[in-house]
Design a protein around this ligand. Structure first.
Ligand code: GCO
Length: 266
């Protein structure tokens, strides 16, 4: 197989959760660009329709489902419908997530549980639903979307960081338990990416850079926020045969922030 062919996803079916916009959409578009058939799920019929329009406008023949990844029966129904009407899932990208930025001592248990359920339990449910067919086929790629918060904490994101830290270990455990079935489970750990999810900490009400923006610039060797484009190549790599011997790896796409102590004061 040529090195370029090893990155091809022709003939593969990819399920990307939370892929109506943002990082999930960008990763789905990249996998489609590499040849995969895209199936996505999102949280409402409205976002499904808007996403279908966007995918079709981008020339991507995607199928979309409304699915609550924290509801196992909803996920099982979706995966069974995909298997019956499209085919078995070769690639699962566990992207669906939420964040609630609240000082931990003020966070309600309900909000804590919502974040853990969506950002960790949902990934377990989706992986569990696609694993049997992958085991049968002795082929599968599971890509969890972790975070630099899988490694580092900061104020107000206790639930999110705990979920993303747990997702790092779920990634390693799936890799350990299912590697013998030729299933590789890895993760992408985005750094600070300019998306809707980070807008509130990036720009103030007047559209000016926040103090947090300048702080992140001082902590990121690349001296910029990442873009969703920066995540596309790593996603195709981890979804393709090019990574068949990469398993249990968290690939940080973070401009170097985790490696860096921070810019020294002049
Ligand atoms: C925050 C940010 C981060 C990033 C991303 C980093 O509040 O610190 O939202 O969590 O979104 O998850 O990997």
């Amino acid at each position: 197989m040529s090195i370029i062919d090893s990155f091809s996803l022709k003939g593969e079916i990819a399920l990307v959760t939370g892929a109506s916009h943002g990082i999930g959409y960008a990763i789905a578009a990249a996998l489609a660009d590499a040849g995969a058939r895209i199936v996505f799920c999102c949280s409402s019929e409205g976002s499904r329709q808007r996403a279908l329009d966007a995918y079709h406008k981008d020339g991507i023949d995607a199928a979309g489902y409304v699915c609550d990844v924290t509801d196992e029966q909803s996920v099982i129904r979706m995966v069974k419908d995909i298997e019956a009407n499209i085919g078995t899932v070769d690639i699962l990208v566990n992207n669906a997530a939420c964040i609630k930025r609240v000082p931990m001592h003020e966070m309600s248990v309900e909000d804590w549980r919502k974040v853990i359920d969506t950002d960790l339990t949902g990934q377990f449910i989706c992986a569990k639903a696609v694993l049997p067919a992958m085991m049968e086929k002795r082929h599968g790629k599971i890509i969890n979307i972790c975070s630099m918060m899988s490694e580092l904490g900061r104020e107000t994101v206790a639930a999110y960081a705990s979920a993303k830290g747990g997702l790092k270990m779920l990634t390693r455990n799936i890799a350990s338990e299912y590697g013998e079935y030729n299933i590789q489970c890895n993760a992408i750990g985005p750094g600070y990416i300019a998306t809707e999810q980070t807008k509130a900490i990036r720009v103030d009400a007047d559209g000016n850079p926040t103090p947090f923006h300048h702080f992140i610039m001082s902590k990121t060797p690349a001296n910029r926020w990442g873009t969703i484009e920066d995540l596309k190549g790593p996603a195709v790599f981890l979804a393709s045969h090019a990574s068949d011997f990469v398993n249990g790896h968290i690939l940080y796409v973070d401009g170097g922030i985790i490696a860096y102590l921070g810019k020294q004061p002049k």
